[in-house]
Write a protein that binds this ligand. Structure first.
Ligand SMILES: NC(=O)c1ccc[n+]([C@@H]2O[C@H](COP(=O)([O-])OP(=O)(O)OC[C@H]3O[C@@H](n4cnc5c(N)ncnc54)[C@H](OP(=O)(O)O)[C@@H]3O)[C@@H](O)[C@H]2O)c1
Length: 295
């Protein structure tokens, strides 16, 4: 039986991948105990033990602001560990699916970024993720790098859950309105990744010309402020949201003002596309309702 190794146990994308993947594959999940990405020197031996048919790596150092003062940890996990995973995949000719971020761009664009556009990260997190991408591409591993953005879900730490938590005690909020991007539901990322896995397995691997970076976000674009309004509307919660500027809400790491990604390459090469962000939000809300305990 073909086996798929998912690296990282409790992350948003990992959690939904574990739900989306199953038969005909055997799915192995490597948590920190069996594979600690802060110890890159131990990774090859751990992968030898698992010896999977395909690896998916949704694990990363994702604390964008904390990374500014925790530079070494971010680069160790997002670049050095990724480089070791890629080297193993190259040596054993095993496909690798890895995730990266819209924060590799500086946000100066005014139309969706393509995979051809030059990266220019403005923070440590974005730079460490970009160097992870570069390490994979240099390794020659049969790899697909999926850049996604503004990931949210009913699980873990994310903007969607933060807004719903705040709504428990507040009926007015201010949210940044001048950053534009595409909120992307982790469930949709996992579903499309599972379809990609099927295509790769049926094809017998990743062709050399398919190796590279692909954008994978929900379609459409919005601001954090509009996203917050849509979350409250979808939940039927009355919270007044007013827009503030990035300058009024300073953060340790600079965010791109505009980080919408074009998903045309993924559609063209694999025939895959995520729903638009409003539709995906409805899926996330429906999932929350479905999983609420009955009373
Ligand atoms: N979140 C976003 O808004 C966003 C936006 C764009 C791109 N991305 C990218 O999308 C991917 C998935 O993100 P996500 O939101 O699912 O991330 P997440 O919820 O923050 O989860 C991070 C995962 O990384 C694992 N991890 C962190 N340090 C580790 C270590 N030292 N050893 C082993 N595992 C470690 C965590 O392990 P535990 O399970 O033990 O906690 C967790 O499973 C990442 O590549 C991220 O860079 C995310």
């Amino acid at each position: 039986m073909k086996s798929i190794l998912i690296i990282g146990q409790n992350g948003q994308v990992s959690t939904y991948l574990q739900r989306a993947l199953g038969a005909p594959y055997s799915v192995i999940v490597a948590g920190r105990q069996s594979m600690d990405l802060s110890q890159p020197a131990q990774i090859q031996a751990a992968l030898d033990q698992f010896n999977p048919s395909l690896i998916i790596n949704p694990a990363a150092y994702t604390a964008v602001d904390q990374a500014e003062q925790d530079r070494e940890a971010a680069f160790t996990i997002n670049r050095d560990a990724v480089s070791e995973i890629a080297a193993w995949c190259r040596a054993h000719n095993k496909p690798l699916i890895h995730y990266s971020t819209d924060y590799v761009f500086d946000g100066a664009a005014t139309e969706p970024y393509t995979e051809q556009d030059a990266a220019a990260p403005s923070g440590v997190y974005g730079q460490s993720k970009y160097e992870g991408e570069q390490a994979i591409l240099r390794s020659g591993a049969p790899a697909i790098i999926l850049r996604t953005s503004w990931v949210y879900s009913n699980h873990g730490k994310n903007f969607y859950r933060t807004m719903l938590k705040l709504a428990e005690t507040r009926n007015q909020l201010t949210v940044v309105g001048d950053q534009i991007g595409a909120p992307t539901y982790a469930g949709a990322i996992a579903q499309t990744t599972a379809e990609l896995v099927d295509l790769i397995m049926q094809h017998g691997g990743i062709d050399e010309r398919q190796i590279g970076v692909y954008h994978l976000t929900c379609a459409g674009e919005t601001s954090w402020c509009e996203f917050a309004r849509a979350i409250f509307e979808a939940h039927g919660v009355a919270v007044a949201v007013s827009a503030i500027t990035t300058a009024e809400y300073p953060t340790p790491a600079k965010r791109p003002a505009y980080s919408v990604l074009s998903n045309a390459k993924l559609k063209q090469e694999f025939g895959l596309a995520l729903p638009d962000w409003q539709q995906a939000l409805q899926q996330c809300v429906a999932e929350a309702r479905f999983s609420e305990p009955e009373s």
